[in-house]
Design a protein around this ligand. Structure first.
Ligand SMILES: Nc1ncnc2c1ncn2[C@@H]1O[C@H](COP(=O)(O)OP(=O)(O)OP(=O)(O)O)[C@@H](O)[C@H]1O
Ligand SMILES: [Mg+2]
Length: 596
């Protein structure tokens, strides 16, 4: 069964607050906050306190104006002032603690998510990576988790506080003067609707912007990685034009998004000023007969300012939450994608010592619809050395990828020592089947670490021994730091031959029972060729081996040669026998091997 390709949902999700799915995602997200619930509770407890501190301030101003400033009575004013200062300091302290908690919470929760995502990615099968662009997967772990972290630190908890403040302000206004509140209330629908409309627009452009940005980043990565090809074929001009276009598109969207943001701010500013003006007019007109004091009007102005603040905050936070929900949707989709190749609940183990016998029975496989291997039957005896040859695209590399379960056949059975490989624990299987790839992937790090791959069971002594056996030590020893020499990313500070030698040493260090090798096609000089040949000989010693042959010596030394063509084994036997038959092998030999 093929797991579904993860859809990029950024384009499809449009913020509908009545949709149930977002809440389900949030609910699932809350599980990640569970270990930090003490923090959450503390933050929630601080909310009413912070609301109270803010609501109290205008009331004090009203008191100061009505009871002290207008009548000109200084007694008690100092106390009032002191209380006011205390409130402001209190608000500052509480606000600071809240921000600190939110940030801590956001970062911790997201660290846990990243850890889980990474572990999950590592467990995925090769087919998954073929279907999902690496840039997109990287995005899940970096940008998407960042969006989630922003949701938490921008104050998912404070959203509750904003609502609280909104209600509190409305309540205090009603308490102070119902008639004045009515005036403010009239203006509310305009403000709320206006803000929501602009926020919606802003969100759309922001989403568009992020997409364009991601596209630009993807393009950039490709350019940097393919820089040599770009230079060789001299396509800088064309590529620059492509980049310019992307850059321009992004600029347009970014400006539009900034415009909406600025517009939102001035819209809120202007309307709030208008409401204040309205309040003055109306309050002044009815003041005489209704007994509304100057202090009440001043306090109202302050409240209105405080009323607009949560409105703007809430719409802003919804925007952040919207992107976070989109991100969560994609993160969970990734976490929910099962790996196609996993251990059985109760895997079997091979009888020790492992003999290294391989059997293929009626194996059919295709990466997609097109069949690549079409009925492979094969029996390889323990210790036998088999060379695989065939025209390009015949399925040779595919054949050996099935042997360590990089892919799984759609039909048929592959067994080692008579046990189907899908019954073995993957870790055991991959340790047993050592694979030398055409290109050795080297990581940035020391040579020793690149050989042991950080496996604790492979100590420095084993590494050294393996390097001596393959002859890699000959070039490692003279380096100033020897085995501790640092390699650059992908080992670009080594030659092609040296990289191959390290690849062979790596496999030897793991001492597999079965050796699978895709011989490198890249040409190395005769000396390295001989060195590599010797290294391979050490590796092949007493091991069952399946080698995709590109070298003459490999086929000459093989116990048996398999000729693969269009997914079938069309000929097999020893070199001389096959040559005499004058079939595909004879033709391939003449083309590929003879002149070397
Ligand atoms: N990851 C993949 N996804 C889809 N199709 C693939 C993939 N890898 C290989 N194929 C297809 O499978 C077929 C067999 O490929 P394979 O790599 O096994 O050929 P090969 O015999 O090793 O060729 P070569 O000698 O050129 O290395 C080819 O037609 C190829 O297009
Ligand atoms: Mg190949």
């Amino acid at each position: 069964m093929m797991p579904p390709v993860m859809a990029e949902t950024e384009e499809t999700r449009d913020g509908n607050f009545f949709d149930a799915a977002p809440y389900r995602l949030l609910w699932r997200f809350f599980r990640y906050a569970r270990p930090y619930r003490a923090w959450v509770i503390l933050a929630l407890c601080l909310l009413p306190l912070s609301t109270l501190l803010q609501l109290w301030q205008p009331l004090l101003i009203q008191q100061a104006v009505d009871q002290h400033l207008i009548p000109g009575k200084p007694e008690g004013f100092a106390g009032l002032l002191f209380l006011f200062v205390c409130l402001i300091i209190g608000q500052f302290v509480v606000g600071y603690v809240q921000t600190a908690i939110n940030t801590l919470l956001g970062q911790r929760v997201v660290r846990d998510m990243r850890r889980e995502l990474f572990a999950h990615l590592l467990s995925m099968d090769a087919g998954f990576f073929a279907r999902n662009a690496s840039g997109r997967l990287t995005n899940r772990i970096t940008n998407d988790t960042e969006a989630v972290s922003q949701m938490v630190s921008a104050g998912m908890i404070n959203l509750v506080g904003d609502l609280l403040l909104l209600l509190g302000v409305a309540g205090s206004m009603l308490f102070l003067s119902a008639r004045l509140s009515l005036v403010t209330l009239v203006a509310m629908p305009v403000i709320v609707l206006g803000t929501m409309l602009i926020t919606q627009k802003m969100r759309t452009t922001q989403r568009e912007g992020r997409l364009l940005q991601a596209r630009m980043a993807g393009h950039l990565t490709e350019e940097v990685e393919g820089r040599e090809t770009v230079r060789l074929f001299h396509c800088q001009e064309k590529n620059r034009a492509t980049f310019d276009r992307m850059n321009r598109d992004y600029l347009g969207t970014a400006l539009k998004s900034n415009f909406y943001e600025a517009f939102q701010f001035s819209f809120i500013d202007t309307t709030s000023t208008l409401v204040v003006a309205l309040l003055f007019l109306y309050g002044g007109a009815i003041r005489v007969e209704s007994g509304i004091t100057i202090g009440v009007i001043v306090a109202f102005i302050d409240y209105i300012r405080r009323l607009f603040f949560p409105i703007r905050e809430i719409s802003g936070k919804f925007t952040t939450m919207q992107s976070a929900i989109t991100a969560l949707e994609r993160i969970f989709a990734l976490l929910d994608t099962p790996t196609a190749i996993a251990d059985l609940p109760q895997p079997r183990l091979l009888a020790q010592p492992v003999r290294g016998e391989i059997g293929f029975q009626g194996v059919h496989f295709g990466y997609g619809e097109v069949p690549v291997l079409r009925g492979i039957d094969l029996h390889i005896k323990p210790g036998e050395r088999v060379a695989v040859v065939g025209p390009t695209g015949a399925g040779k590399s595919t054949l050996i990828k099935l042997l360590n379960r990089t892919y799984e056949p759609q039909r048929g059975r592959i067994a080692i020592d008579g046990v189907a490989i899908d019954q073995l624990p993957l870790a055991v299987l991959r340790r047993m089947v050592g694979m030398v790839q055409q290109e050795t992937f080297l990581f940035a790090g020391s040579i020793a670490d690149n050989i042991s791959l950080g496996d604790p069971s492979i100590g420095l002594e084993r590494v050294r021994q393996a390097a001596v056996e393959t002859g890699a030590m000959a070039f490692i020893e003279p380096l100033p730091q020897g085995l501790q020499t640092q390699l650059s990313e992908r080992g670009t500070n080594l030659s092609a031959g040296q990289r191959q030698l390290l690849g062979i040493t790596r496999v030897l260090a793991f001492s597999p029972t079965i050796l699978v090798m895709d011989e490198a096609t890249s040409s190395v000089d005769t000396l390295s060729e001989r060195l590599i040949q010797e290294a391979v000989e050490r590796l092949l010693d007493r091991r069952t081996a399946v080698i995709i042959a590109h070298r003459l010596s490999t086929i000459l030394h093989a116990d048996r040669i398999l000729v693969l063509s269009a997914g079938r084994i069309v000929e097999e036997g020893r070199h001389e026998v096959l040559l005499q038959r004058g079939g595909l092998y004879a033709r391939l030999y003449a083309l590929q091997f003879q002149e070397k």
